[in-house]
Design a protein. Structure first.
Length: 318
């Protein structure tokens, strides 16, 4: 990947998270189980909070990278941790400051604007824990970030990495989503360029498939109804986001010499996307049964690869 394309990607991500119409919805988000489509995010945050309480003392210094609108910050501060947050969005940083004024006044919370693709402006061995929740997909310079996390972590400090699973069962159950999933796996695609499920998007956004069949993207046949039918969901800010599955995150962990202390998939496979009580009941029953099966080793091997989240508690072993 060229330096020009990397800089273009960084610019697009920064533009996205400083675009007020886009970040506005995150300011309004309340992570509760009453919110449709947020079951997996609620459970993911609860799991991270549980891991923190089990592994750290109160008043421990924690750093969260890519904290969004600060919902997690408020939770961790109420648990008694000293909190430092960094996010690329100036708008969200200001919003988080306004929501946590009392903690800032007590000097147990601080919020900064910054990019995970650059050197972190923190001291060596400053934090007892570093946390990333649902933000690693935006990082281009993984080598630099992992070096920086190791640098700012205290000896025996913990690193919690919690990401949505790009290959979750909810993202492969429909025919088009399944075809998109197969293309990404077979052609080893590491980035997504939209949420679209049209055949045109699958053909033009799977890099190695596009190269193999010499598809330029402007062919007339791509604009026929057969290829454009389906959900066309382009992004306002052109860029790419990492596809992060269980196995790909495991490979990253191994590459950067972190030791896995604990793993959790967040307890959710199907999350509610409708107000239909019958469908929601089916989803709830499915989650219950799959969680039971997950306790059996044979099923665990598969189910942890299709859960909604991948949550790792890590320690530096280098």
């Amino acid at each position: 990947m060229t330096k020009t394309s990397i800089n273009s990607f960084k610019k697009n991500i920064k533009g996205l998270w400083n675009h007020e119409p886009y970040v506005k919805k995150y300011k309004k988000a309340k992570y509760t189980n009453k919110s449709l489509e947020q079951d997996h995010m609620v459970n993911r945050l609860k799991t991270v909070n549980k891991i923190l309480k089990q592994n750290l003392n109160k008043n421990s210094n924690i750093l969260e990278l890519g904290f969004g609108a600060g919902q997690s910050a408020s939770l961790f501060l109420k648990e008694g941790f000293k909190y430092t947050g960094m996010d690329i969005s100036e708008s969200l940083v200001n919003f988080a400051k306004s929501k946590n004024k009392k903690f800032i006044k007590k000097k147990i919370a601080s919020f900064y604007v910054g990019s995970m693709d650059k050197k972190l402006k923190f001291k060596n061995k400053q934090f007892d824990a570093v946390i990333i929740i649902g933000a690693l997909q935006y990082v281009m310079n993984l080598n630099g970030l992992m070096r920086e996390i190791k640098r700012v972590l205290k000896k025996d400090g913990i690193f919690i990495l919690a990401q949505s699973n790009s290959f979750a069962i909810m993202d492969i159950v429909s025919p088009r989503k399944f075809l998109r999933f197969l293309a990404r796996v077979i052609y080893k695609e590491h980035f997504m360029y939209s949420y679209s499920t049209t055949f045109k998007s699958i053909l033009t956004e799977t890099t190695n498939l596009k190269k193999q069949f010499k598809i330029m993207g402007n062919e007339k046949w791509l604009n026929k109804n057969y290829f454009t039918k389906g959900n066309y969901l382009p992004w306002s800010f052109k860029g790419k986001r990492r596809i992060l599955s269980y196995d790909r995150i495991r490979n990253l962990i191994s590459k950067y010499k972190f030791q896995i202390i604990y793993y959790d998939y967040g307890g959710v496979f199907f999350y509610r996307k409708t107000k239909n009580k019958i469908i929601n009941l089916v989803f709830d029953l499915s989650n219950y049964l799959l969680n039971l099966l997950n306790k059996i080793f044979i099923f665990n091997f598969l189910l942890k690869r299709i859960g909604s989240s991948n949550i790792f508690l890590l320690k530096d072993k280098s």
